[in-house]
Ligand binder design. Structure first.
Ligand code: CP
Length: 335
């Protein structure tokens, strides 16, 4: 007999739990998993992801696109602007033979009518196999994942994390310099609000590296992240001036000052062009090093530096395609 609190009605089985579509490799690592934070990865996971990404690169260079994810659908849900992350996920899905529901202007979706994030996610998973989410609030990807039966990939949650960017950053270092262990890596710019450097510092703590943080005093790396990195035994040093560390740096990772996250515009004006990388600055760097930036850039790297072979930031964007192809294939059980 049904009671008021325990109705006897049960939805059809496939709506009660995650259903596994025919042909998916259920034993595949990461199958059906959310990608929310770099904290979820072990070093072995990273090696695996980079091997798959490397294979994706070979395949793209050889054949352009192939049908590994034919029939699969990605919902690309962006509450914040994006050029690279949004378009590289679309390109990744299309190069793997899948298709995309692009929701890049949430103002044209039912979000403007007041629809909540959990309801939006539960709607999109009715149509798609995987959801990529960028949202201005820290913790939003975790919130979405609590409601979702399909994998959520965090494409940036406010000042929180940007795990797929950190993975592509690490892949870039590995592909360009051959290894990560033993490197001196300098993160420069807005270390307070820049979510890419938060994720990257955490990920680098799995390797034998030395980290230097160069920022104006107002934009230091958050203590909680430095404490996590310290627990892994990684040497960390804070600086205000780049020259203190540039001559020993193997990877210089520059970030934009995140204007949109400042509550006081006057503070932004004080720090926005604190650092500008010019050919004169690069002349003081090692011959064998790379200059990275997650982009978009505003003031912090002059365009004259683009011709320097050490400027890796446009190659870095391309590595992102291969890493995102690997992640999509993995969470959809095809890698
Ligand atoms: N690096 C990065 O996240 O760029 P977009 O904001 O253009 O996606």
């Amino acid at each position: 007999m049904a009671t008021r609190n325990q109705p006897s009605y049960r939805p059809p089985q496939r709506y009660q739990s995650r259903h596994l579509p025919f042909g998916d490799r259920r034993d595949a690592p990461f199958y059906g998993k959310h990608i929310l934070s770099v904290k979820q990865f072990s070093r072995d996971d990273l090696t695996y992801i980079f091997e798959v990404a490397h294979e994706m690169r070979e395949m793209v260079l050889r054949v352009g696109s192939f049908d590994l994810l034919k029939g699969k659908i990605l919902a690309n849900l962006f509450y914040e602007p994006s050029t690279r992350t949004a378009s590289s996920f679309i390109a990744a899905m299309q190069r793997l033979g899948g298709s995309v529901i692009p929701i890049h202007e949430v103002r044209y979706s039912s979000v403007t009518k007041g629809e909540s994030l959990p309801d939006t996610v539960r709607t999109l998973e009715a149509y798609a196999d995987v959801i990529v989410l960028r949202h201005p609030q820290k913790g939003s990807a975790e919130l979405a994942a609590r409601y979702a039966r399909k994998p959520i990939i965090n494409a940036g949650d406010g000042t929180g994390e940007h795990p797929t960017q950190a993975l592509l950053d690490l892949f870039t270092i590995r592909e360009e310099l051959g290894q990560v262990d033993g490197l001196t890596i300098t993160l420069l710019g807005d270390l307070k609000y820049g979510r890419t450097v938060h994720s990257l510092a955490r990920l680098l703590s799995m390797y034998r590296v030395e980290l230097h943080y160069v920022s104006p005093p107002q934009l230091r790396m958050p203590r909680e992240i430095m404490e996590e990195v310290a627990q892994a035994g990684i040497p960390q040093h804070e600086h205000t001036y780049l020259d203190e560390v540039l001559p020993i740096t193997d990877v210089l990772y520059v970030t934009r000052v995140q204007k949109e996250r400042f509550s006081d515009p006057a503070v932004y004006e004080q720090v926005k062009d604190f650092y500008v990388i010019t050919p004169e600055v690069m002349a003081r760097a090692k011959d064998r090093m790379i200059l990275m930036h997650p982009f978009p850039r505003v003031y912090e790297i002059s365009e004259e530096v683009d011709a320097d072979p050490r400027a890796a930031y446009f190659r870095q964007m391309e590595y992102g395609l291969y890493v995102r192809m690997a992640l999509l294939a993995m969470v959809l059980g095809k890698a």
